[in-house]
Design a binder for this molecule. Structure first.
Ligand SMILES: [Zn+2]
Length: 153
């Protein structure tokens, strides 16, 4: 389980090695993302609180990066944080997310990005629920929920 000290260590020293890397130009990203996805993932914008797709959605399933389809979060770690954005307590795997100090907007925050394509996802805060104490505050535009796997037999 990741804790705040792990987040700070990743941001300060080095992030986990990604399972693969996706490197596209801004033009290539713009061609495959919606304008709203591009603003969040590639330009670090923040979508409006509450008026976003997954704020109040608790359907079971895995959330993948809207840019590169890498698995990022599972619905079992999603919780109601009253922030206006989808919130998670843990990433799906340690190597799914990378961490960067972000001093913009006169705040000291830790930005979280997709570790595979570098897409901006949101921020992580140390005010989440026990036992991990983390709150991943994520833009809905940066993620896409896959339906739960169906039994093919
Ligand atoms: Zn990605």
């Amino acid at each position: 389980m990741l804790r705040w000290i792990d987040v700070l260590t990743y941001a300060r020293y080095s992030n986990p090695e990604p399972p693969r890397r996706v490197n596209l130009t801004d033009q290539e990203w713009a061609a495959q993302l919606t304008p709203a996805q591009f603003r969040v993932l590639r330009q670090q914008h923040t979508e409006p609180p509450y008026r976003n797709a997954y704020c109040r959605s608790y359907e079971p399933g895995v959330y993948v990066c809207a840019g590169c389809n890498s698995p990022l979060f599972d619905s079992t770690t999603k919780y109601h944080a009253i922030s206006g954005w989808p919130s998670f307590t843990q990433p799906l795997t340690r190597s799914a997310i990378s961490y960067f100090f972000d001093d913009s907007h006169h705040m000291q925050r830790v930005e979280v990005r997709c570790n595979v394509c570098g897409g901006h996802l949101g921020h992580v805060f140390p005010d989440g629920p026990a036992p991990g104490g983390l709150r991943y505050c994520i833009n809905s535009e940066s993620i896409r929920q896959l339906p739960p796997p169906t039994d093919a037999r």
